[in-house]
Every structure is written in C-alpha cells, then in structure tokens.
Design a binder for this molecule. Structure first.
Ligand SMILES: Cc1cc2nc3c(=O)[nH]c(=O)nc-3n(C[C@H](O)[C@H](O)[C@H](O)COP(=O)(O)OP(=O)(O)OC[C@H]3O[C@@H](n4cnc5c(N)ncnc54)[C@H](O)[C@@H]3O)c2cc1C
Length: 319
C-alpha cells in the first residue's frame, strides 16, 4: 500500500482530533505515516498508533518550531523527496493551509484545500470540495507532483485501528528564508471546558436574534447540555455580544460539525459559507421566511427564548 503522509496537529503532544480524522482517511487510501514536529512525541505516540500510524516521522529540533510555519513546509518537502509518498494530508486550518501552500510551491505539486472528502478512483486521488457558500460540490484531482490535500475538520469520523507508530527521526537543514519570521513568545489562550469551535461535533450558534451579550447565556446553556461549542453570526460579534474567534462564516471560522443549531440567525450567504457542510442543521427563528430555513434539516418557527430553554430542559431530563 502506498505511503500517505499526515501532518500532525498537536499542542505539546496533545494530538488534535482532526489528525485522528486524517489518519482514519489515510488508512482508506494507503498506509498512513504521521509527521510529528516539535516536542511531545512520547505523549502523542499511543494516540497516533491507536489511529493507524504505521510510522511516525519525528522532527524534534527546536528550530523546527522556532520560526512559525516555514520550517514545517521544508521538513515535509524533504520527506516528499525522500519517501515519495502517494499524497500528503494536512488539516484545513489556517496553519495547515499555509504549510500546504508552501509545500506545493517547494515540490511543484498541486494542492486542494478545504476538502470535505477524498477518494482513490482508478489510482487518482479525487477530493470533494464545497464551494460558492456551499451551493456547489466540486470534485478535483491534482495533475502535477504529489497530491497535497487540506481536509476540513469533521470531514471523516475518526475510527481507531492500531498500528506500530514506529519512530523515525528526521531533520532538515533550514534555508535562510525559512528563518525570516521568528516566534518570540507563546501564550496559551485561556479556554473554557467547551470544545474548540472548528473541531466540535456539535455547534450551537447565536445571531442578532439573541439580542444582547447577557442573553447569550441561553445559547451557552443549550451548548453545555449538548457538549457543544458556541458560535456566533457576524452581526452578534460586531455588536460585541460574543468574541470574534467564535464567528462562523466567510470572514470567520468554517465549521462542519455533525449537528449545527442556528438560533436567531437569518442565514445570509456569508454565514452559510461557514456552516453549510454541517451534517445536520437545525434552525430556530421566529420568521418563517428566514433564508436559513432553505437549508435546514429541522426548522422550528418560534421565539428562541421559548424554544431554546425548553430544548435545554428536555435534553437535561434525558441524561
Ligand atoms: C464581506 C462580508 C463578509 C461577511 N462575513 C460574515 C461571516 O463570516 N459570518 C456571518 O455570520 N456574517 C457575515 N457577514 C454578514 C452577513 O451578511 C449578515 O449580515 C449576518 O450573517 C447577519 O447575522 P444574523 O443572521 O445574526 O442577523 P440578521 O440577518 O439580522 O438575522 C437575525 C435573525 O434573527 C431572527 N430573530 C430575531 N429575534 C428572534 C427571536 N427572539 N427568536 C428567534 N429568531 C429571532 C430574525 O427573524 C432574523 O432572521 C458578512 C458580510 C459581508 C458583506
């Protein structure tokens, strides 16, 4: 089976869920080899093995994480040259896409970003992308070099299948241009108990219909019953009701959860662009003509301040 490189996203060895999804997808297409950059491999090893990494290329040198993303692209380019993998998978996060773009230039390869699926058809990797705010589905294949595919979080349900996770140490002589932007400080962002927005299996979002920052507690209560992340429309963010990093949409985050619950959100095209590939969409809106109802699986016409607390209460009863 051909080797598929999977770039690991992690924080000091805590492997992100999207990497487990990529390993699961890579197993369908070939033999996954994880690429782990930075400190913390011993912590990550079991997780990577549990999800099928036959091999893990480990680049531990402090230089590799000391200069933002450029060194990771150089390390991957070296691995592509040395191991000739059939494809390289990265997460379609801001960092993953920047690394993928740099890698494509370095290796003269084609790149596909924001893939929601990837299949092997007659020896060709065919990616599925959702474009124009989710109104069209495109199937694309790379025609030059090694296919580099940035896949959206939540595109593949992660499924374990144990493999050896055999460690292979790797290093690369960094070019001077890879050292042009240096990391001078790292500060961990204080996080609550809720899952990360782009990785969450369930997202509950609030829009202008929520009415104020205080009333977002109604959205948070439902999210907490469901173990969900909280999102917001731009109107809610611009009003200062919820932090910018929670904005879903064209100029915010792209989410693709199993369940997306839109509360008091009209469904503007720019909002849809960030959530339309969610597997099941539920909307609560008091306007039966709201455009969001065009794309929902389940719609509730009603005042969110009646509907959402009742839903929260019912879910709590079932626990
Ligand atoms: C270049 C550009 C980029 C943009 N990027 C984004 C983006 O990334 N994300 C984004 O979200 N938007 C984005 N927008 C803005 C977008 O066009 C909309 O203005 C925005 O999404 C509207 O937010 P909303 O649905 O919360 O508000 P509104 O459109 O005002 O809708 C509020 C909805 O709440 C309903 N409602 C009110 N009260 C209640 C209640 N008590 N119970 C139930 N329902 C109620 C109303 O019926 C209405 O449908 C962008 C716009 C531009 C031009």
């Amino acid at each position: 089976m051909s080797e598929i490189l999977v770039l690991v996203e992690h924080t000091d060895g805590d492997v992100k869920k999207v990497t487990l999804e990529l390993l699961t997808k890579a197993r369908e297409l070939g033999t996954p080899s994880a690429v782990f950059v930075g400190a913390g491999f011993e912590k990550a090893k079991d997780k990577l093995g549990e999800y099928g990494a036959a091999k893990v290329y480990v680049g531990e040198s402090a230089e590799l994480t000391g200069y933002v993303v450029a060194p990771k692209a150089e390390l991957l380019a070296k691995l592509v040259a040395d191991a000739s993998p059939a494809a390289v998978l990265v997460a379609a996060t801001a960092e993953g896409k920047e690394i993928a773009g740099r890698l494509a230039i370095k290796t003269g390869s084609g790149i596909l970003t924001d893939a929601v699926d990837l299949k092997l058809e007659g020896g060709t990797f065919v990616a599925e992308q959702s474009i124009f705010g989710g109104s069209s589905i495109v199937h694309s294949a790379v025609t030059a070099g090694t296919p580099i595919v940035a896949m959206r979080p939540n595109a593949t349900p992660p499924a374990p299948e144990t493999a050896a996770a055999e460690r292979v140490d790797v290093s690369v002589e960094l070019s001077e241009s890879a050292k042009l932007a240096k990391v001078v400080e790292k500060v961990a962002v204080a996080k609550g108990d809720r899952p990360e927005l782009t990785e969450a299996a369930i997202v509950v979002s609030g829009g202008r219909g929520v009415g104020s920052a205080e009333k977002f507690s109604v959205i948070e209560a439902l999210a907490d019953q469901l173990g969900a992340a909280v999102g917001a429309s731009r109107a809610a963010v611009d009003s200062g009701w919820y932090p910018h990093q929670s904005q879903v949409g064209q100029t915010g985050k792209t989410v693709s959860p199993q369940l997306y619950v839109a509360c008091g959100i009209s469904g503007a095209i720019q909002h849809r662009a960030g959530m339309q590939t969610s597997k099941t969409i539920v909307a609560i809106n008091k306007d039966p003509e709201a455009p969001i109802f065009e794309l929902v699986d389940y719609g509730v016409v009603g005042d969110l301040f009646n509907v959402v607390p009742q839903a929260t209460e019912e879910i709590a009863k079932r626990k």
